[in-house]
Design a protein around this ligand. Structure first.
Ligand SMILES: Nc1ncnc2c1ncn2[C@@H]1O[C@H](COP(=O)(O)OP(=O)(O)OP(=O)(O)O)[C@@H](O)[C@H]1O
Length: 203
């Protein structure tokens, strides 16, 4: 997949959050969007996901030499972010099975829960999960969606040391053939990224 940003900008009311972004994201690389709190990392990531409308410029998606319309890019991506909710009434097994009914998953739900070290909690409602366990479910849903684009906003939120190690294993084992974009200001979350986009360059 290739994502080409041309003169992209976003403003809320009169405040420009970023502008003049010209950038190309391409499968085979991993990208970090970095910057201070409030610099616009999440806004840019959500713009790439098609869930925020840009104020200026174009975002063009290409997959195997075919253009993908912005309105349908959600079918090609998976995202983990603090502001995306889980369905707390469901058990983890139900949630991942439900997710698989509208987005292809690389493995079955029970195997995925093994991979994120939560098999013991698979029949527990998500509302009773700890914050770190919820984050593991968000990572599970994102990493094991069988889609070419993986968007990660502060992916290690609430994770302990073992959770960080799990995150790096998931990156090593399951993200190699995807286009990965991480929004973060924690170097441990994006140390594997070979490309960096600094929000301060687009003010
Ligand atoms: N819907 C909105 N309406 C108005 N302003 C908004 C809206 N969403 C975000 N902003 C503003 O846009 C700016 C960028 O926010 P954003 O969440 O993208 O920053 P960030 O770099 O991801 O921050 P953090 O590191 O704290 O997560 C902030 O000043 C924020 O207040």
């Amino acid at each position: 997949m290739i994502i080409e940003l041309s003169n992209v900008g976003k403003r809320f009311n009169r405040d420009w959050i970023f502008r003049g972004v010209n950038y190309r994201f391409e499968t085979g690389n991993a990208y970090a969007i970095t910057g201070a709190n409030g610099s616009g990392k999440s806004t840019l990531l959500q713009s790439i996901a098609g869930s925020i409308t840009l104020s200026t410029g174009d975002c063009v998606y290409t997959q195997q030499n075919k253009n993908i319309a912005g309105e349908t890019i959600y079918q090609q991506l998976a995202m983990a972010a603090p502001y995306l909710e889980l369905i707390e009434e469901m058990t983890a097994l139900e949630f991942l099975s439900f997710h698989a009914s509208f987005k292809p998953m690389a493995l079955d739900a029970a195997t995925i829960l093994d991979k994120v070290e939560l098999p013991h909690a698979s029949h527990k409602q998500i509302r009773y999960y700890s914050s770190g366990m919820k984050q593991r479910i968000k990572l599970a849903q994102a990493f094991f969606s069988d889609v070419p684009l993986l968007l990660l906003d502060e992916p290690c939120t609430n994770l302990d040391k073992a959770g960080y190690a799990l995150y790096h294993r998931l990156i090593d084992e399951y993200a190699g053939n995807k286009l990965v974009i991480v929004s973060s200001n924690d170097p441990l979350e994006y140390d594997f990224c070979n490309e960096r986009l600094q929000m301060s360059d687009y003010k």
